[in-house]
Design a protein around this ligand. Structure first.
Ligand code: PGA
Length: 878
């Protein structure tokens, strides 16, 4: 495949060879030959050879029961190795003559362009320093790979880097080779499926590990890069107190539909974060206390530590003692609940101040070169991560708050809150919010559910302000949803303002998001309780599940436009929080393009977004990759702020309205209205079996029931496995076709050319369609679906083909991704390894659905390996 870089191909080939040797060591040459026969068959079949297809199925059919698992594992592992090589390709050492990747150049080039277009140096530097981007790491259960394997994968990547040095001596090369063999063997002999579900605390620890192993390094490097680019283009430096990108977390805080995240867990995770932060800074400060042995110091520093021989060391050792005390206390408090003694660091300024003092003094004494080394890195970390590492958000479902309030009002003899209409609720809540006496009697005995809600609010009230982010309310729709949380927090002793954030995530709620916020901002006293901007969260994946990606995308866009206008009218800053997953069906896509396609005015120097599951690993798992992704975020937010995309033409809006209406009708006609649909979904996809995969701490469903009760993640995950990818495209085929038939093809073309919002949607659609595969989906139907339901499957596959046809008509290309040759080639290579996994999965699903008794356990494990392999091969899960 000429489109794939030769070095990448070589790495993939090499890793594949080593995997082959490992497999042979365990199972012998004959077994390896079978794997090769399957691979060759799949390759030939993909090229259209009937003989290849026959060889593939014959070899798979001939496998003994105990061979199914190792075959599935072999293909799974290969796809993981291909991912490692691909990821490494992004950060591999380049020769000086080779161009820098886009991600490395993007910020620097943008500054150049902005300067040329007339932005003043100082204005630009101030703008960059003031950016407020927050990446919120969530525990969404989509990461299939076990942590222990991820560590081995990272080590493999490091060996690929070592291998890349051209001047290795023969024995050094030999060492790298041996290490690679060992790592691949270690991975092969490690089970890829977790045996038990992680706890929410495990999840939080994984989040901390990403900070420790990657972001701790990446953030100061990234900011150094920003600093250099600013100096080059504006002559200004990035101020020490600038942290244009910060991190927040949902791990251990998001309890929406997850009963395992309790108030005690949140409390524990907050303490663990403090422990981890103190531990990380201790490593830095230890190093600095060793390095900064200089004697010359500013008067300010001398005054602080006295006329000592090594003033920097003295000051840093004091800080080190406090960090030790903080770490020791956090450890004790995890067990005993002990309150922090005085020497524990609780205010970020206590961490920053001594570091800043050293930095100033070194600069003042002609030792700027020393100041701007490890000390500056530590300062940048302290500014970005602070003493709490991340800001922990809380999320809870609106109905849980309403239930709690109902119980309370009933107890107080006021009637049932849940039965009151919106205006009565608001009146009650406002009155109580302004009331000085508590609503809850001291001896009030709540039911377990209400007690849990209240306990969480108490944890929030007791936590230091800087350790928390927002309190997000899922399935929010009315002002009372926000006021209810404010009241519960007040009742639990919260004395400072906190961002209480409605999450709008159904089509109807998105449509009424603007009026809801408008009403809130008009309410008595609301503005005084608002600390900072009005934050609003937009839920991409549940709205897409509700309405299809087309109608949902337009509703998200319009909601944001309205919110911008409303907040402008009230003279309130707006912070939009984008809740999106990794895949297109959950609103995912490349961040840079996505940010540049938001409505004008919606990214005004502020941007908050979720980063989830396997995307955290893909985007932030290795320091070099993390730096690139931080560059992309920074550049996109700066560009969207200073050069926002155009306001859509009236004709574009009208056509979008029609497209969305048609898309919605087509989507719901299948998903909601076809009486056969739920049965078909359950039979054709591994939805039921996915529940067995212990991916995350939360259950797959909010309650029992049909598609509406299923969370967005397993919904998308299931369709990805069969390659029908239904939710990502369903609705587009009819909407686009109708538009073309109405003679609006040229207008669609214009929208694609001139409107980033529409262009990005079409690009995403094209990507999804390139990964979808009707022939694979048919295999699932033929083997797993009752005959009465098969026609529905055939219809859906026809709609998929229609999507492809109409999209090609729109792009004027003869094939999908005709211009993105590298991506197309990568999908092509992966298909060869994916096809056997799909075939095996179909077989295993059929057998395990029939099976009863002991053998099922073995089948189940193999089945889960195919699930993990397909997820790895498509590079996203759900
Ligand atoms: P949620 O997320 O179910 O936690 O709201 C959905 C998603 O991220 O796809």
């Amino acid at each position: 495949m000429p489109e794939i870089d030769a070095r990448l191909r070589e790495d993939v080939h090499h890793l594949g060879e080593l995997l082959g040797q490992t497999i042979r060591d365990q199972y012998g040459q004959a077994f390896l030959d079978k794997i090769e026969l399957i691979r060759q068959g799949a390759k030939a079949a993909r090229r259209g050879s009937a003989e290849g297809a026959r060889q593939l199925t014959a070899t798979l059919d001939g496998l003994a029961e105990d061979e199914l698992m190792p075959v599935a594992r072999a293909f799974n592992q290969f796809l993981n190795l291909a991912n490692i090589a691909e990821q490494y390709q992004h950060i591999r050492r380049r020769k000086p003559s080779e161009p820098e990747p886009f991600e490395n150049r993007v910020f620097d080039e943008l500054l150049g362009r902005l300067r040329k277009s007339g932005h003043g140096a100082e204005e630009l530097a101030a703008q960059v320093a003031g950016l407020d981007i927050e990446l919120v790491l969530t525990a969404h259960p989509t990461e299939v790979a076990r942590r222990t394997l991820i560590q081995k994968y990272d080590a493999i990547s490091a060996q690929l880097a070592a291998r890349d040095h051209a001047d290795l001596l023969p024995e050094e090369r030999e060492q790298v080779q041996t290490r690679l063999r060992q790592l691949i063997a270690e991975a092969w002999h490690t089970e890829e499926i977790r045996r038990t579900r992680p706890t929410p605390v495990d999840e939080a620890k994984w989040g901390f590990a990403v900070i420790e192993h990657s972001l701790w390094q990446a953030v100061p490097n990234f900011l150094r890069h920003v600093d250099r680019a600013l100096q080059r283009h504006t002559g200004q430096r990035l101020p020490l107190n600038a942290a244009p990108i910060r991190f927040a977390s949902w791990m251990g805080g998001d309890r929406d539909g997850n009963p395992n995240v309790t108030a005690a867990v949140t409390h524990e995770v907050l303490l663990l974060a403090r422990w981890m932060a103190a531990d990380l800074y201790l490593r830095d400060v230890d190093g600095l206390a060793g390095d900064l042995s200089m004697q010359r110091a500013s008067a300010e520093l001398v005054e602080r530590v006295g006329a000592v021989a090594e003033p920097y060391r003295v000051l840093l050792k004091q800080l080190r003692e406090r960090l030790r005390a903080t770490r020791a206390w956090a450890e004790r408090a995890l067990l005993s609940g002990e309150a922090p003694p005085d020497e524990v660091l609780t205010d970020n300024r206590e961490l920053l101040e001594p570091l800043q003092l050293c930095h100033r003094s070194l600069h003042g004494c002609g030792m700027g070169v020393i100041a701007d080394g490890a000390l500056l890195d530590c300062l940048r970390r302290a500014t970005t991560f602070g003493l709490f590492l991340t800001r922990l958000d809380i999320r809870q479902d609106s109905t849980r708050h309403a239930q709690a309030l109902s119980e309370i009002t009933e107890y107080l003899g006021l009637g049932r809150y849940a039965e009151w209409d919106e205006s009565v609720r608001q009146e009650f809540l406002l009155e109580e919010l302004n009331n000085r006496r508590p609503l809850l009697p001291a001896n009030y005995q709540a039911s377990p559910d209400t007690a849990e809600v209240l306990a969480t609010c108490r944890v929030v009230a007791a936590a230091p302000e800087a350790s928390l982010g927002s309190y997000v309310i899922s399935m929010a729709g009315h002002p009372s949803d926000v006021l209810a949380v404010q009241l519960l927090l007040k009742e639990c002793g919260l004395q400072r303002p906190m961002r209480v954030v409605p999450l709008f995530e159904t089509l109807d709620d998105l449509d009424t998001a603007g009026p809801c916020i408008d009403r809130l901002l008009q309410l008595d006293g609301y503005r005084t309780r608002l600390a900072g901007p009005q934050e609003v969260m937009i839920g991409y994946s549940d709205s897409a599940k509700d309405a299809g990606t087309l109608a949902a995308a337009w509703a998200q866009y319009r909601a944001q436009e309205t919110l911008v206008e409303i907040c402008r009218g009230h003279d309130v800053d707006l912070l939009l929080f984008h809740g999106r997953g990794g895949t297109v069906g959950r609103g995912g896509g490349p961040a840079h393009a996505a940010i540049l396609s938001q409505p004008p005015g919606s990214v005004a120097g502020r941007f908050r977004t979720t980063e989830q599951g396997e995307m955290i690993r893909f985007k932030f798992g290795l320091p070099g990759i993390a730096e690139q992704n931080l560059n992309l975020y920074l550049a996109a937010v700066l560009e969207a702020t200073l050069q926002p995309p155009p306001v859509p033409e009236p004709a574009w809006r009208t056509l979008m309205d029609k497209l969305a209406a048609d898309g919605l009708a087509a989507y719901r006609a299948v998903v909601r209205d076809d009486p056969q649909f739920v049965d078909y979904f359950r039979q054709a996809t591994p939805e039921q079996e996915l529940g067995l995969l212990p991916l995350g701490s939360r259950p797959a469903r909010r309650r029992t029931g049909g598609v509406e009760s299923l969370r967005a993640i397993p919904w998308i995950f299931a369709w990805t496995q069969t390659r029908l990818m239904l939710p990502a495209w369903l609705g587009w085929e009819s909407a686009l076709l109708n538009a073309v038939e109405r003679g609006e093809g040229a207008l669609l073309g214009q929208m694609r050319k001139d409107w980033p919002f529409f262009a990005t949607r079409i690009d995403m659609l094209e990507m999804v369609l390139a990964k979808a595969d009707g022939d694979i989906a048919r295999l699932y139907d033929e083997r797993l679906v009752q005959s009465e339901l098969r026609q529905l499957g055939a219809n859906l596959r026809d709609l998929l083909s229609q999507s492809v046809r109409v999209l090609l008509g729109l792009t004027g290309q003869y094939q999908l991704l005709a211009m993105a040759t590298e991506t197309r080639a990568a999908i092509g290579v992966r298909n060869i390894y994916l096809d056997p996994l799909h075939l095996l999965q179909v077989e295993l699903l059929a057998r395990s659905r029939r099976c009863e008794g002991d053998v099922c356990g073995g089948l189940e494990q193999a089945l889960l390996v195919t699930v993990a392999g397909i997820a790895a091969g498509l590079r996203n899960t759900g």
